[in-house]
Design a protein around this ligand. Structure first.
Ligand SMILES: Nc1ncnc2c1ncn2[C@@H]1O[C@H](COP(=O)(O)OP(=O)(O)O)[C@@H](O)[C@H]1O
Ligand SMILES: [Mg+2]
Length: 261
């Protein structure tokens, strides 16, 4: 099962949700691969901390290395698994982002490499039970590659009124991509993030989404400073604070994705 966490809006929780759901998945024994397609590399940083840029030439590592070898001679091709790193967490693996991704984008697009991520993940099917992909806050080559490569899309929603407007545009883009490239893609649901039950607006916004027929997950993720701490210490919540309220919400959300057998 492959999932992408996508929303064109920045700061809605894509990275936090990708890493925390993946870390829970890994802690439950699924071999879980995280793919960081955002050139900012927040997911990479969150899961493995600072990277020694000299030890890992930007273009040869992770997602950039994987895409780079799709251009040019076939003889040079390495198995996609050679672009995957271990993380400090059992069963959790990472295909990291790198700054080289932004320079490569135009060329990859003009050479129609939009299916290459799907091909690579197909080759890794036997290695990983679950794949979670983090995306940039744009409907660009990388997020489209991800939406083509996965079975399901999770959409974070951060309870602000601009977020609702961007949701319509997002749904249109997802539908178009479904029609053109990936008819099996399913919108698994909208994840309510940074929810505050004290304020009136978030509750109203969520009720409106539900009335409009959007598939909203039952579990809401509250705002908590624990999330900032978790990023700062490069430790997903399940590792840093396994019994914290936000962690329990994440566990419930994961249970909605993967009901216990
Ligand atoms: N539930 C939460 N509670 C508090 N802060 C959060 C929560 N989820 C995300 N954040 C914070 O919001 C900011 C944006 O989150 P992030 O996951 O990086 O979003 P995106 O990847 O969509 O840009 C980060 O500083 C993160 O720590
Ligand atoms: Mg992000």
């Amino acid at each position: 099962m492959r999932r992408v966490v996508f929303n064109q809006k920045g700061g809605v929780g894509k990275t936090s949700i990708t890493c925390n759901l993946a870390a829970i998945s890994a802690s439950l024994g699924y071999r879980t691969l995280v793919v960081d397609l955002d050139v900012q590399g927040n997911t990479t940083h969150y899961l493995v901390g600072e990277i020694d840029a000299e030890a890992f030439p930007a273009e040869a590592q992770g997602v950039a290395g994987l895409f780079k070898q799709t251009v040019g001679s076939r003889k040079m091709r390495q198995n996609p698994d050679s672009f995957v790193w271990d993380t400090p967490y059992e069963n959790l693996y990472l295909m990291p982002s790198s700054p080289a991704l932004s320079d490569m984008e135009k060329e990859l697009e003009s050479r129609y490499k939009i299916y290459k991520l799907r091909d690579a993940l197909d080759k890794l099917d036997a290695e990983y039970d679950r794949v979670y992909i983090d995306t940039p806050p744009n409907f660009n080559f990388y997020s489209k590659s991800a939406l083509i490569a996965v079975d399901r899309v999770l959409i974070p929603f951060d309870c602000d009124s601009f977020a609702r407007q961007s949701l319509y545009a997002l749904m249109d883009n997802v539908s178009e991509l479904q029609e053109d490239h990936n008819p099996d893609l399913e919108v698994e649901g909208i994840i309510i993030n940074q929810f505050s039950s004290q304020a009136k607006l978030p509750g109203e916004l969520v009720a409106e989404l539900e009335e409009e027929g959007f598939p909203v997950f039952e579990t809401f993720l509250n705002t908590s400073v624990k999330m900032k701490e978790s990023h700062r210490y490069h430790r997903p919540l399940i590792d840093l604070a396994p019994s914290h309220k936000l962690t329990r919400q994440y566990l419930n959300l994961h249970l909605e994705l993967e009901p216990a057998q």
